[in-house]
Design a protein around this ligand. Sequence first.
Ligand code: ASP
Ligand code: MG
Length: 435
Amino acid sequence: MKVYKFGGASVKSAEAVENVGRIIKDYADDDLWVVVSAMGKTTNALESLIEAYKQMLPTRGQMLLELKAFHTGILDGLFPFSGNEVFLTVNQLFDALESELEKVKQVPFDQAYDAVVSYGELISTHIISAYLDESGLPNTWVDAREMIKTDSRFREAEVDFITTQANLKTRWNRIMNSNSITGKGLMITQGFIASDGKYSTTLGREGSDYTGAIIAWSLDASELSIWKDVPGMLNADPKFFPEAERISSLSYKEAIELSYYGASVIHPRTLKPLQNKDIPLYVRSFIHPEAEGTSIHHDESHDQVRASYIFKQNQVLISIIAQDFSFIMEENLSHIFSLLAKHGLKANLMQNSALSFSICMDDKGERVDAFMKECAGEYKTLYNQGLSLLTVRHYNEAKLAELLTNREVLVEQKSRRTARYVLKGGFTSSSAATP
Ligand code: ASP
Ligand code: MG
């Protein structure tokens, strides 16, 4: 059994959905679980709708109609001649969505958020399942919320793997043993969404990759393929490095390192369950499905073939100095970390010296201000905005020198495999050296 995951961009139009159908037909030679995200930018649109209904904006009804029209447009493209039942199903889903939106103010916000955003995936999977049925790919639509069980931390729920695995196994065995399946089994389900037993929960933005890994882990799949609009994992962001290259092969460990430093190709939680069961992950292009893509597995022998460059823009560097110029001791550090957690901030890089402790983090505006304010009670703080953070894995000195030409370096950290720099100013394509 294999798991294929298709993200929002791969199902953003009728043509895109037809392409997904072709990929399933041409490449799936096994039983298959297909995990699908909401279509295009639907999750963002649902987030805006929540705000609009919360604030009772006069445009809210119109916004909902626009989201519906987007989906109806895709339906019309996929089913030009038939009065397929799915038109009715999608209508009903939009009615149910509207009543969730109307309740937004009566329910705790994060819980209401999950109840609303889960409609993106519910709608997309119903449309895709109906389309595949019509194009000769009979399939079973599965409500992920009945399978994937989590705690009640809405918007970033933790998965109960044991219960989830039991649910998936029972369902899968029942389906495979039923008479309705002749030949291969094809399941269609939602990424990102789950349930705490009572309410819808979600696994965090961009969480559909993780759903793919949860299903692959639970059912001992032979692979997880994530189909994307890029040719695979690249060794740099092509926005900054026009000559970024595809990485054809790397280890789970290296992929986890890269995603820790900020490479954003796959959702960071995706890798661990796969690594635990040694299930390979393929990142493949839905535009060129025949191309090789990237394969991620336990073998570390290819990890050092080329350097990877990870660039984070819009960073701030905060230096914290004890008021009485005493050393920053363990008690100070644990206090500082508790303040970071309290304000929802994450340190991207840290450095300490005898008298100060410096933290580089994403510039989250008000949250950083609030953090600084609380620090100011106990410490002296210095603050530097408009910075960027460059991480280079498997660096070579000549390229580093080229990249750092005419750049002001505020912090440098180097280990055997990784070089990191906090730099003044941002980064543009024209300021980039070739990797
Ligand atoms: N639709 C969700 C999001 O946009 C989940 C995903 O795409 O992975 O965050
Ligand atoms: Mg997405």
